[in-house]
Design a protein around this ligand. Structure first.
Ligand SMILES: C[S@@+](CC[C@H](N)C(=O)[O-])C[C@H]1O[C@@H](n2cnc3c(N)ncnc32)[C@H](O)[C@@H]1O
Length: 433
């Protein structure tokens, strides 16, 4: 069976000592699971994993997502061979993340480190090997995983590592200089929120509302975040890499950290690929937060910038007869960077699914014709071209709006669409059909 090379030497040494093999492909890893596990265990694992994926598709059914996730780890952690194999399947994740976590902790090596949700013990043992002068504790709620971790620890022979079986929201072993959590908080339960205005990514008052009358899922995350703060000494650090998908959820998570007294000092997106997960590179924020004595100010702009940074457009050399289209953050940046003066008309519409959408038709700097559509679900699309292609650029944009209206998708239009079409034709000297 081919083995994957691990880039990080400390991880490679821990993995070798613990007796874990790094599979190099998803197929190879699945094959190993099937060969090594009795059928009921493999089948039980596969059914629970599929339920996790199915539940994740309906983001509104938070209870189902939470139950599927809890059930999955309860099952994996109750079967030692599966637990070990699953940890081996996560080695790509550890290889990508643990050196980054260690680099952040090394800036001021902590005397005591707590690893939340330590699972099969790989991350805890890694931290023990990387920080031989620190005491490292892994806390995990399932006794089966703790037993697997303790067995791996005995093989590694690290005297500075121990494991505790407890729910970390109730765990009481004093405060630690550093608390690490790698996907151990229920942050994936955070609800998605619309943006406040179609033109902006900021959630503003929607964030306040979600925190003012928190849903059960938000309360569950807040409870876990409060535990992180309680377990970190004042002035100590929390290093978190959680399943927080997309900007709106990241903003709410960030806000919860601030309210709990965790001030973010370092933030980057950290991606990875591991064979135990879907065949995509995933990327979540890696956060370092310093523990303060009370709530700290929340900086929505910093997190927004992390997710949406993109350069402005480079339209140099664009042939006179061509247009270009940008979407997502580049469209947002390109729209903001279009030159002045801007002569534009805007249509404001409500969409049946609750979105608010704005559609701009205009001319920038006397040179560029553009159509920009943006909405409160972060969909942004900008088409730009030379003035000469106004009809080719504007007509499809107007047609698309007419199609949406004809299919009953638009709940309201300001101004009415017919009037808007007329104004566009009149202002830009173009006969809209
Ligand atoms: C996604 S796994 C990640 C494990 C590990 N940090 C890693 O990166 O491999 C989450 C683990 O956290 C554990 N966990 C979740 N909530 C917990 C809690 N409140 N107390 C203790 N362990 C918890 C689960 O049992 C599971 O083993």
């Amino acid at each position: 069976m081919p083995r994957a090379e691990l880039a990080d030497e400390t991880l490679a040494a821990v993995v070798a000592a613990a007796g874990l093999d790094a599979p190099d492909t998803r197929e190879g890893w699945e094959w190993r699971l099937q060969c090594a596990l009795p059928w009921p265990v493999f089948d039980g694992y596969r059914r629970r994993r599929d339920e996790c994926y199915a539940a994740a598709k309906d983001v509104n059914d938070v209870a189902r997502v939470a139950a599927a996730n809890d059930e999955f780890f309860a099952f994996v952690n109750a079967h030692p061979d599966l637990c070990r194999l699953f940890a081996a399947g996560r080695l790509g994740y550890y290889d990508a993340l643990l050196p980054k976590v260690a680099a952040r902790l090394r800036r001021a090596p902590p005397a005591r480190i707590l690893d939340l949700g330590s699972f099969a013990g790989v991350s805890t043992l890694y931290l023990g090997a990387a920080f031989p002068d620190s005491q490292v504790v892994g806390v995990e709620q399932h006794p089966g995983a703790v037993a697997v971790a303790e067995e791996a620890s005995a093989r590694c022979g690290l005297g500075n590592v121990s494991f505790a079986c407890a729910d970390y929201t109730e765990f009481d072993a004093g405060a630690f200089d550093a608390v690490v959590s790698l996907q151990a908080l229920p942050a994936y339960l955070i609800p998605w929120l619309p943006s406040e205005r179609p033109e902006e990514y900021a959630r503003g008052s929607h964030l306040e509302a979600a925190l003012g009358a928190p849903a059960a899922a938000v309360l569950a995350v807040a409870r876990a975040v409060a535990a992180v703060r309680r377990l970190t000494t004042a002035g100590g650090r929390a290093v978190l890499h959680e399943r927080v998908v997309g900007l709106p959820r990241a903003l709410l998570f960030h806000h919860l950290l601030a309210r709990a007294g965790l001030a973010v000092t370092d933030l980057c997106l950290a991606g990875w690929h591991s064979v135990s997960q879907r065949d995509v590179v995933q990327s979540f924020p890696l956060i370092v937060a310093s523990a303060a004595d009370g709530p700290v100010p929340f900086d929505e702009a910093a997190m927004t910038a992390l997710y949406t940074q993109a350069g402005g457009p480079n339209l140099t050399g664009l042939p006179e007869t061509c247009g270009v289209t940008f979407s997502g953050p580049p469209a947002h940046a390109a729209f903001a960077a279009l030159p002045a003066p801007r002569d534009e008309l805007c249509l404001r519409v409500g969409v049946k699914d609750g979105r608010r959408m704005h559609a701009y038709f205009g001319i920038a700097g006397g040179l560029w014709a553009y159509v920009y559509r943006c909405d409160t679900c972060d969909e942004r699309k900008l088409s730009v071209g030379h003035l000469g292609i106004v009809p080719a650029m504007f007509q499809p944009g107007l047609d698309e709006l007419a199609r949406l209206q004809a299919s009953g998708q638009l709940t309201d239009c300001e101004p009415p669409l017919d009037q808007f079409r007329y104004h566009v034709g009149e202002r830009f000297n173009f006969s809209a059909s």
